[in-house]
Ligand binder design. Structure first.
Ligand SMILES: [Zn+2]
Ligand SMILES: [Zn+2]
Length: 366
């Protein structure tokens, strides 16, 4: 065991505060990483506040983790001490189900599904068949911490040309938008619509543009129209009904990144025949869709969850190759609660990234 320090919430209504805890030593096939930066994802806030009714406390979020390998187990061959590496949303999966065999661990159908970087298995033992607990734990502590220990197969390589703090949000926001675009075959010349212009929308627009697509962003916030212009993409205000109507049947693919309940019907109307709207932001029931619109033009409304380990490596390499990355603001960990409040208000287009070196201040106080 190694002493570690991190920020965790004790209840759904508590603020994040430093706690000292023990990390397991790496096993033969695991890597210990000294965390340098960790992105702040909207999911972190949902989880801390128990908005999906599955939070295990203490809850130590963080699944956009970048750091240096500090120790490796005896059989580790993919990573070496000193390597700059990343950890995204998953730290393990069952490895034997059909999706795992197909390298789509993010859709693991094992009894506990995949092991999340924080908050434990996606299907906790109490909900799994026969109460099985294949990972031997109910909780996991994420990247808002000094160190993390992860199976080498779930550790990503950070390309040399990406700054570590810029790479961090690519591990969740980046792959969550890249994976559906790859799955539904977005290609150069396609018309792609992105709904919502927060952390995910920002990454989605940049990735789609780098793929050669013609990108239109949909936002409810007038101030974000200028921001979209800076990215070199078209932006439409959702309240602009005339423009919204004029876009009927015109998009090859649409991606909804809105992290809460919202009406997708206006966007289904904009899909071309045979095209898909993929929802990645909201993981809750949405207002019902007008099925007539789908039937009349053979349209699809789909969902997509993060991305596989292979896709996570691919999007890191893609961003490095195209010189793109999220707009970020680096904060000390001591400002995490204020950052949450600003994300909840919904006016941050950039991604907050925590500089984990600032944990030292709490370590000294502990
Ligand atoms: Zn996330
Ligand atoms: Zn599996």
């Amino acid at each position: 065991m190694t002493k570690a320090i991190g920020y965790a919430a004790q209840h759904s209504y508590s603020r994040l505060k430093p706690i000292v805890f023990e990390r397991d030593d790496p096993t033969d096939s695991e890597v210990e990483i000294e965390v340098m930066f960790c992105g702040v994802c909207h999911s972190d806030i949902h989880q801390v506040k128990n908005e999906w009714s599955n939070t295990v406390y203490p809850c130590m979020p963080g699944h956009e983790v970048v750091g240096r390998v500090a120790r490796v187990g005896g059989s580790v061959s993919k990573h070496a001490v000193g390597d700059l590496v990343g950890v995204g949303c998953m730290i393990d999966s069952c490895r034997v189900c059909e999706p795992c065999h197909a390298h789509e661990e993010n859709y693991c159908e094992g009894p506990n599904s995949w092991l999340a970087t924080y908050n434990g298995p996606m299907i906790p033992a109490k909900m799994a068949p026969g109460g099985i607990n294949m990972y031997g734990r109910d909780n996991s502590y994420g990247g808002y911490s000094s160190s993390i220990v992860v199976s080498e197969d779930f550790v990503l390589k950070i390309p040399a040309s990406l700054k570590p703090e810029v790479a961090a949000p690519i591990l969740c926001a980046g792959v969550t938008t890249y994976s559906p675009m790859m799955h539904w075959g977005v290609k150069a010349g396609d018309k792609v619509g992105i709904v919502g212009f927060g952390g995910l929308g920002d990454m989605a627009a940049k990735i789609a543009k780098a793929m050669g697509a013609e990108v239109t962003l949909f936002t409810r916030t007038a101030e974000k129209l200028e921001e979209a212009k800076k990215l070199g993409v078209t932006a439409v205000l959702e309240s602009d009904k005339k423009t919204m109507t004029s876009l009927a049947n015109s998009f090859d693919f649409m991606l909804s990144t809105v992290p809460e309940k919202h009406d997708v019907n206006p966007f289904v109307k904009m899909l071309k025949r045979d095209s898909t709207l993929a929802i990645v932001g909201a993981i809750e029931p949405l207002p019902s869709e007008n099925n007539q619109e789908r039937v009349m033009h053979r349209k699809s409304v789909a969902g997509s969850l993060i991305g596989s380990i292979a896709e996570t490596q691919a999007v890191l390499d893609f961003c490095a190759e195209h010189g793109i990355g999220p707009d970020i603001q680096v904060i000390p960990i001591q400002e995490i609660n204020q950052a949450y409040a600003r994300v909840i208000k919904g006016d941050a287009r950039f991604r907050y990234v925590i500089d984990m070196a600032t944990l030292k201040l709490d370590e000294e106080a502990a």
